[in-house]
Design a protein around this ligand. Structure first.
Ligand SMILES: Nc1ncnc2c1ncn2[C@@H]1O[C@H](COP(=O)(O)OP(=O)(O)OP(=O)(O)O)[C@@H](O)[C@H]1O
Ligand SMILES: [Mg+2]
Length: 313
């Protein structure tokens, strides 16, 4: 049985007189220990889905199972227990993750206190968690004294305070630079092994998503293509806008080419870089156009030539 199972999950928000369908019947499942990334444009419904799985909101229709239990059948006190002990949440809004007036260690002990952990166990456990996220030198610092990446590390420690088996992270790297984002992803991977965590994270960034076992695309409230790596089709990568992404090695070969010829051959598709100088027809057309011709006009010629020139782009 999968660890997470969403069946036809629908979420409708009422905004004034009209209804806004944020999720349009989501079906997906996750195994225990998996790290899955959800990628999709702004407004796609990513945070909505995470909020539902975190027990912070209820779907309008559908079923949500976590660890074999139907979240919708939980009574209020069971839901409160679920939120405190069974799931850790890293919010999209960085400032929402930590209390500014509490030190790093006191941010981590807070959920422990709410979860009823014995007082003498809290400091030691919080220190262990902050060490696991590489923050052992900053235990007494307040969020304002930490960098963005350090704050997100503390936020992850807070989310793991009551050793939940599931971590939901909404753009944990959203406000971080590339190198810090990479470090946070390596950390998430390390923590999931250490604590046998199942991790579902949201990102806008395909490069960050590549640290996941599986990548799901969400667009307009509906799940799209599974961009999982590992299969033979991994080279066929679509970005969130639905554009084909070429592998880095191919891009490196084609870089600098003025144009690229595309030929469909029986053995596959051939992409051939061509330099502008060799293209006599193009040169002729360029000369015929006045130097200050609007780009659109040049573009039209290009398009016309492409059609008649047989599959060029
Ligand atoms: N509480 C709410 N009330 C009304 N509409 C909402 C609410 N929360 C989300 N929505 C709407 O639902 C849609 C999905 O929102 P959601 O926050 O899930 O998007 P997202 O994919 O997380 O986007 P982003 O990448 O910008 O964070 C949006 O159109 C949003 O305006
Ligand atoms: Mg969001």
């Amino acid at each position: 049985m999968p660890y997470i199972e969403c069946k036809q999950v629908v979420k409708v928000y009422k905004v004034g007189d009209h209804e806004l369908v944020s999720l349009k019947g989501i079906d997906f499942s996750m195994e225990q220990g998996e790290l899955v990334a959800i990628i999709g444009p702004s407004g796609a419904g990513k945070s909505t889905l995470l909020n539902l799985l975190g027990g912070l909101d209820r779907p309008t229709a559908g079923q949500l199972y976590v660890d074999g239990q139907n979240l919708l059948n939980f009574k209020p006190h069971e839901l409160a227990h679920y939120r405190l002990h069974r799931v850790g949440f890293v919010w999209q809004q960085v400032e929402r993750n930590l209390f500014a007036h509490r030190s790093a260690i006191r941010n981590v002990t807070l959920p422990m206190m709410m979860g009823g952990l014995a007082p003498w166990k809290r400091n030691g456990h919080a220190r262990d968690l902050l060490t696991a996220v590489g923050m052992s030198d900053h235990l007494r610092k307040h969020p304002g004294q930490l960098s963005g990446g350090q704050q997100q590390r503390v936020a992850i420690a807070v989310a793991l305070a009551n050793t939940p088996p599931l971590l939901l992270a909404d753009e944990p790297t959203g406000s971080l630079d590339r190198e810090t984002s990479r470090q946070v992803m390596l950390l998430l991977n390390e923590l999931r092994q250490k604590f046998n965590l199942t991790v579902l994270m949201v990102t806008h960034d395909m490069e960050i998503a590549e640290y996941a076992d599986r990548v799901l695309t969400l667009r307009d409230g509906a799940l799209g293509q599974d961009l999982s790596g590992g299969s033979d089709d991994a080279a066929l990568n679509l970005d969130p806008e639905g554009r084909l992404q070429l592998p880095q090695e191919v891009r490196a070969t084609l870089n600098g080419a003025a144009r690229i010829a595309v030929e469909v051959r029986p053995e596959g598709v051939l992409l051939r870089p061509e330099s502008e100088e060799h293209d006599e027809t193009e040169a002729l057309l360029q000369e015929m156009l006045p130097q200050d011709a609007a780009p659109i006009k040049r573009g039209l010629f290009g398009r016309f030539r492409r059609k008649s020139g047989g599959g060029r782009r």
